[in-house]
Design a protein around this ligand. Sequence first.
Ligand SMILES: Cc1ncc(C[n+]2csc(CCO)c2C)c(N)n1
Length: 228
Amino acid sequence: MSQLFTDRLWNKVEPIWNSYLEHPFVKGLGDGTLEQEKFKHWLKQDYVYLIEYSRLFALGASKSEDLEMMTTFAKLLHGVLDVEMELHRNYAADFGISAEELEQTEPSAITTAYTSYMLNLSQRGGVENVVASVLACEWSYLFIGSSLAKWPGALEDNFYRSWVEMYSSAEFTELAESSKQLMNKVAERKSEQELARLEEIVVRTSQLEYMFWDMVEGKEGWPVQVET
Ligand SMILES: Cc1ncc(C[n+]2csc(CCO)c2C)c(N)n1
């Protein structure tokens, strides 16, 4: 049997994804030592990131080649808007931050770069561009969540326990698996040149994921603060 495209991708992104587990922000989520101010920055930036990200699934539904694919995108869209973003709203409520305040967050430079990159590629190309753009986000969070879930104490008395639980849950495993299956499906019958182009999207979004962790660790916005 020929190699799955997602296996080829895994070989390429593994060193980048392993570096997430060494990142201070991610380590702090796993052992519970992450400063809450940094986590609040993640909550807000990730919320506006996910609003833009949801548009990708809607674009995917509109570019789908058949009803099955359209249904998968609809499920993924529901997963972000009603399951994943609910985690953010719940944590925010604990901090006294309302859903409106989350929604009004000004996207940082990295949030803007990351979402703009994915939206640009997804608008320009066919459905395969959408799938390649969303893959690293979903699959790498599952990788992080399931790695952290194995750390001693991560699922015990840890303020970030529900974070680890959500991103290692059966529900998220299923969503990430459906995106991997989509990736393998749209990669069928593609030329090597086209596959290399899709691989590049997954590598770039994996690098942008790292930059997102750095941005929240440093509570970064834009280099020069001005009133907007
Ligand atoms: C920067 C950033 N990257 C990835 C995710 C994770 N994520 C985004 S969509 C999705 C699947 C369906 O909700 C998952 C797991 C995130 N939250 N923030």
